[in-house]
Design a protein around this ligand. Structure first.
Ligand code: NAP
Length: 465
């Protein structure tokens, strides 16, 4: 009898430590130098949260939990090993699983409690299942679009936003009715079914390029639905963790929209990407200058100040370790080398920071857009490695460009620009880049890893000293 309060105390303390670790984790993840610690803190926090939950006296049978743990691990371990470029869709799948779980728990709780569901409880239960269901199908759709098993192109039709918002309004209306009449159980499937459909329809008009922003928004919804579940299950830990998840996902979506100069409503309702017809004709007609690895090495060896701008191509080619070798070769020769990091370079927030940190590039050499842009006019060489949209000057000057207004890295202001990419193909936004036709630009055609490797070999074996 006396052991029960002791166990309760242990559970409470475990939850308190887990909560503190979740908060510290978010704080530490905001800087590359503490990000690893942040991830560890989050992991330990989650282990403690699970351990504390398993100590609950309410658990009558551990067998189902053991089966769930085994199943979760079987799915989770391979999911954790996907390639870095597949992380956005992997994250979307995690949200889908979390949201499905929240919806199932909410549904079970409703049928266990109905008809005696107090109004506040019914309100949070409704919020839980509505957000959970739309996040479940929305995240599956987002993952499918990013994995290209579904068309990336936005699919639109007349009155689409009206249809979608009406559906959501019906679901909310039914939820309000249930709050007032929780005994009317036959209406409950509506607040699960309609949002499931809404989740699909919500993602259909959104293009692949906007998917990471949408995933981060779905992350926010998943967090909010988990927080609502915390009220239903009377779990402070779940309320806090869900609120942290909801708020951080929302802040990230807002920041990503800002970095692409898009408003939130434009991402959600603008069907971005529709007019992404590439200007192939214009691309073919205009000449560009290209250079070999030997010539590129000679130019770099003569430079005092170099800014390397990595992008999605560096990630696909996994060229970060070769880039590190190039950084070493150049700094050994006294060249001042910095990295210009665009907030939406690559395919997920922090993509470039993660890759360059993996290759042990010193954090103080990674400058964000605001810090590095004033440096370009004094930069001898801007070396663009597999980046395209984030360097496109049309964003500044061409008001008809789909990326007009997106802040970019001003590489065109450097004395010489060298661009490593395999062809004249467009980047994610599907548009031509006037940077490539400038007099000062040299195209270094090839795979990022092989080309950077070839430049490094030039330094190792030749007289560029
Ligand atoms: P990008 O505009 O997509 O361009 C990447 C370039 O890399 C391509 O032009 C491609 O040209 C080249 N490339 C591909 N594979 C390569 C390889 N193996 N070796 C060398 N080059 C290779 O990339 P970005 O400049 O990083 O811009 C990111 C884009 O994603 C932006 O439009 C941004 O808005 C969008 N986005 C990002 C996020 C995020 O969170 N980071 C979120 C939403 C949207 P070739 O085919 O000719 O090689």
């Amino acid at each position: 009898m006396t052991s029960m309060p002791a166990t309760e105390n242990i559970i409470e303390i475990t939850y308190l430590i887990a909560t503190a670790l979740f908060i510290l984790s978010l704080k530490w993840m905001s800087s590359p130098s503490t990000a690893r610690r942040g991830v560890r803190a989050g992991e330990v926090g989650m282990v403690l949260a699970i351990a504390g939950t398993l100590l609950h006296h309410g658990i009558v049978d551990y067998r189902w939990i053991a089966i769930a743990l085994v199943l979760g691990s079987i799915l989770g371990v391979p999911l954790g090993m996907v390639h870095m470029t597949a992380v956005p869709q992997r994250t979307a799948l995690s949200h889908a699983f979390g949201a499905l779980c929240v919806t199932l728990v909410g549904t079970a709780e409703f049928y266990l409690r109905a008809p005696d569901v107090p109004r506040f409880m019914m309100a949070v239960l409704s919020m839980e299942v509505i957000l959970g269901s739309l996040t479940f199908t929305g995240s599956l759709m987002a993952a499918g679009k990013l994995q290209e098993v579904l068309p990336q192109r936005p699919l639109t039709y007349r009155g689409q936003n009206l249809v979608n918002l009406s559906l959501l309004a019906i679901a909310v209306g039914v939820a309000v009715y249930l709050v007032l009449h929780p005994g009317e159980k036959q209406f409950f499937p509506w607040i699960v079914g309609i949002p499931l459909l809404f989740g699909v329809l919500m993602i259909i008009p959104i293009g692949g390029a906007d998917m990471p922003t949408v995933i981060s928004l779905l992350n926010s919804y998943a967090g909010l639905s988990a927080a609502a579940m915390g009220f239903v299950l009377d779990s402070k830990l779940l309320i806090i963790a869900g609120a942290l998840d909801g708020a951080s996902g929302f802040i990230l979506s807002v920041n990503m929209s800002k970095a692409m100069n898009r408003s939130f409503s434009n991402v959600l309702f603008g069907a971005f990407g529709q007019e992404q017809v590439s200007s192939v004709g214009a691309r073919e007609a205009r000449p560009v200058k290209s250079a070999t690895a030997e010539e590129a090495a000679a130019i770099l060896a003569a430079a005092n100040k170099v800014v390397i701008v990595p992008g999605y191509g560096m990630a696909v080619a996994q060229a970060q370790h070769k880039v590190r070798e190039l950084y070493d070769a150049l700094t050994k020769r006294g060249v001042d080398v910095k990295f210009g990091i665009h907030p939406v370079a690559g395919r997920m927030p922090g993509h470039m920071n993660v890759l360059l940190a993996e290759a042990d590039i010193p954090y103080d050499k990674l400058l964000d857009m605001g810090e590095v842009n004033p440096d370009f006019p004094q930069t001898d060489v801007a070396l663009v490695i597999g980046a395209n949209d984030v360097t496109n000057p049309a964003a500044r000057s061409d008001s008809s460009s789909p990326i007009h207004g997106m802040p970019i890295l001003d590489v065109d202001k450097a004395r010489t620009v060298m661009v490593i990419k395999r062809s004249m193909a467009a980047g994610f936004a599907g548009i031509d880049n006037p940077l490539y036709y400038l007099d000062k630009t040299l195209m270094l055609f090839g795979d990022a890893k092989s080309f950077v490797g070839a430049i490094v070999r030039e330094f190792a074996g030749s007289g560029h000293s």
